[in-house]
Design a protein around this ligand. Structure first.
Ligand code: SAH
Length: 447
């Protein structure tokens, strides 16, 4: 098999990255945007020892699960790589990820619920981070084509709140008007690297963060003034990122106009959100995720609860009024400050958050003799560490509620917890990220 060869393939499966899978002359072939049940003519893009990558040239037999047969920009650029699949099939795809991982771990008897659908299938994101580059002599916003830094100019980001798209485009036009240069990553020159825009669904407040190479530039006062006049914008922040790096945000934020935070609400709890603080991006689905996790926790008024990997305290503060005490930890200092301020803002006096790594704070609390009843964990993709798990178990929780954005590490960690005498009977996938292959899931481990 060679590059550029055209082959006819029958697609039999979908990879976890949502690529169509076919087998041909002993090779596994991953075909972009192809669906199981389809027969396609595909062009080989890359050949490795045991597998190859290909793209569709022609669909010979089409799957009934396919929509948007003409591939759109978003699909191509990888912004929404499931957008060609009917929504109910996307939900099935996500559930299957969890089922297959459990099977591999010989946990076939665990029940996997249907994936909880998102109330909005498009336009659900309350935050967008979009690169700014010069394309054909003009400043553009858009999205990097998959596996590259080629900017595809876009004005409709598909999964993002249309109100955010409106602000992104208006900000782009202001930058053009004042001839602010886009960032040039090859020479580490120019100015604006990214636009980072967040919108509170409950208050409508919008934060615009200009991620810039310099702390200040000539046109900044005028640019910031005009951005602050875009409808809904309540803060204009400059994030200073002087380094030659792929990391989006730099260390320091400067408020140029308006407030240093926006305020949002989940259920009846209000939250202030700083530029660096994590906040769940699907506003309508988040309360449903938390309700599910909290219901499964079966909390009692006498319970001592841990909110680990807390962000701005969204989970702990949602339950604080129904339990004895909440303690939480998180690595981002600004997020911890938000969490403690959020407690005050909501009249909560039994919740306390500290800055630190969960795998260091938990052992400290355990060695101080802390006893817990319920531990919520919501780690990033890499999951928990054995140090965290060992210490968590020492505090003797009756329940551990595990919210995960990566079922592979979740299953791995749950196996470790099973060795420590915990068991779990079911996992509930929740769709926080429609049109993308990302899977969120909730599991409860009981002593
Ligand atoms: N529970 C929150 C945040 C979940 S995201 C919510 O639902 O909004 C995961 C959080 O873990 C992020 O805020 C991230 O900053 C934090 N984090 C990452 N590594 C960590 C670590 N080692 N210890 C503690 N927190 C960590």
């Amino acid at each position: 098999m060679k590059k550029n060869q055209i082959v006819e393939l029958e697609i039999t499966d979908l990879s976890y990255e949502a690529m169509g899978v076919a087998h041909y002359e002993g090779l596994t072939i991953f075909v972009n945007n192809a669906l199981p049940g389809e027969v396609v003519k595909a062009k080989i893009l890359k050949v490795k020892k045991k597998f190859a990558f290909a793209k569709i040239e022609e669909i010979i037999k089409e799957s009934p699960d396919r929509i948007n047969v003409k591939l759109n920009q978003w699909v191509q650029t990888g912004l929404a790589s499931l957008a060609h699949i009917k929504y109910d099939k996307q939900l099935e795809f996500k559930r299957n990820q969890v089922v297959n991982l459990l099977k591999k771990a010989h946990l076939d008897d665990v029940k996997v619920d249907e994936t909880l659908a998102s109330p909005e299938e498009k336009g659900y994101r309350n935050k967008a981070q979009v690169p700014v580059r010069e394309v054909n002599g003009q400043l553009e916003i858009g999205f990097f084509r998959r596996h590259s830094h080629d900017l595809v100019p876009l004005t409709n980001f598909f999964t993002t709140d249309p109100e955010i798209d409106r602000v992104l485009v208006a900000t782009r036009d202001i930058l053009r008007k004042y001839n602010v240069p886009a960032y040039d990553e090859i020479h580490n020159k120019g100015e604006v690297r990214y636009l980072d825009v967040r919108r509170s669904k409950s208050t409508g407040e919008i934060m615009v963060i200009l991620v810039c190479l310099h702390k200040d530039f000539e046109q900044l006062p005028k640019v910031a003034e005009e951005i602050s006049q875009i409808e809904g914008v309540t803060s204009v922040i400059l994030n200073h990122n002087p380094k030659k790096t792929n990391v989006i945000l730099g260390k320091n934020d400067y408020v140029v106009r308006g407030n240093d935070h926006i305020t949002d609400q989940i259920g009846d709890v209000k939250f202030r959100i700083s530029p660096k603080s994590f906040f769940q991006i699907n506003s309508l689905q988040t309360p449903r995720l938390y309700d599910l996790a909290i219901k499964k926790a079966d909390l009692k008024p006498s319970d001592v609860v841990i909110d680990a990997y807390s962000g701005i305290g969204t989970i702990g503060l949602s339950v604080a009024k129904h339990v004895k005490a909440v303690r939480g930890m998180e690595t981002i200092k600004d997020a911890v400050r938000d969490a403690n301020k959020n407690a005050k803002l909501n009249g909560i006096d039994n919740a306390q958050y500290v800055t630190g790594k969960a795998e260091e704070v938990m052992p400290r609390w355990a060695s101080e003799g802390l006893k817990t009843d319920v531990i919520f964990v919501d780690p990033p993709r890499k999951g928990l560490t054995p140090e965290f798990i060992d210490a968590a178990v020492v505090t003797k929780p009756k329940k551990i509620v595990y919210i995960s954005c990566n079922p592979a590490t979740q299953v791995r960690d749950m196996q470790l917890l099973m060795e420590k005498g915990y068991k779990f009977n079911e996992v509930s996938p929740v769709d926080m990220f429609p049109q993308t292959p990302h899977v969120e899931s909730v599991a409860v481990l009981t002593k």
